[in-house]
Write a protein that binds this ligand. Sequence first.
Ligand SMILES: CC(=O)N[C@H](C=O)[C@@H](O)[C@H](O)[C@H](O)CO
Ligand SMILES: CC(=O)C(=O)O
Length: 308
Amino acid sequence: MTPGKKLQGLVAATVTPMTPDGQINLSVIRQYVDYLVSEQNVKNVFVNGTTGEGLSLNIQERKQLAEEWVCQGKDKLDHVIIHVGALSLPESQELARHAAAIGASAIAVIAPFFFKPTNKGELIAFLQKVASEAPAVPFYYYHIPPLTGVTIRVEELLDGIKEQIPTFQGVKFSDTDLLDLAQCINKNEREQFVFLYGVDEQLLSALAIGANGAVGSTYNYLGRKTNLMLQAFAKPDLALAQKYQFLTGEFLNFVIKLGFGVAQTKAVMTFVSGIPMGPPRLPLVDASEEFIVKAKAKLDSIVWPDGD
Ligand SMILES: CC(=O)N[C@H](C=O)[C@@H](O)[C@H](O)[C@H](O)CO
Ligand SMILES: CC(=O)C(=O)O
């Protein structure tokens, strides 16, 4: 891993490989790292988040996964970010201490989502208690209101946050409210914070407003194509960037209509990479055979501007 290197570009939100009987399968993570780096040109990962079913794993499993990703990513990945959010504050703190001890690049925390913070002060207090357990590790707030139900706007959260959380580094922003994102970026004039966008189907809009990069599930298997979109945007060749976004959007629009979530992401990643990611854990259930056939046919039918 590359300490101190500024986080930008794409971050794959990793799935958690499981055996057919539902145990975590650490044995394929080495191959998974190599696949991301060599086939997708993606050198950052976000582990144990939404896509990783982090909230469906027990503490022991989360620690084992974090260790394996850090270990296998050591000389190959730039950043290994560990999601350590949990409903129980002491559990989240334990995971934060563990991530620090194993040398994770950064930690991230979602808002507690059963008893929810009702205002900024309550949310910051929770985040602060976790972040302070890892005082040398960059800290990201993981904003995902569609899943947490916590809708406190990030723009509001940022005011004075560095005083309360000295390790605060930025936000993984998984919401469609681009006004909120824009206001965050507008306030970040000294560019001290990093904003990583998390709605893959509209990343180009977030880049236009100033997002530094993206964390998402689709970068597991569309990382190379999305990197080409980033390059086109930087050039700038907006028409080409739009073409990539339209095509990744075409795939997502198609699978979302069929029913698309983490189980389906595991299935797509399995057929694209050839690495067996296994089933999801209940309450999620395996993607249907029909889904897999249709999703594969759709992906194969797309003609990319780079001729693939
Ligand atoms: C809710 C959810 O899982 N969001 C992911 C990350 O934030 C995204 O990467 C989506 O999977 C992706 O944008 C497809 O909708
Ligand atoms: C998408 C994302 O960042 C996550 O799975 O947590």
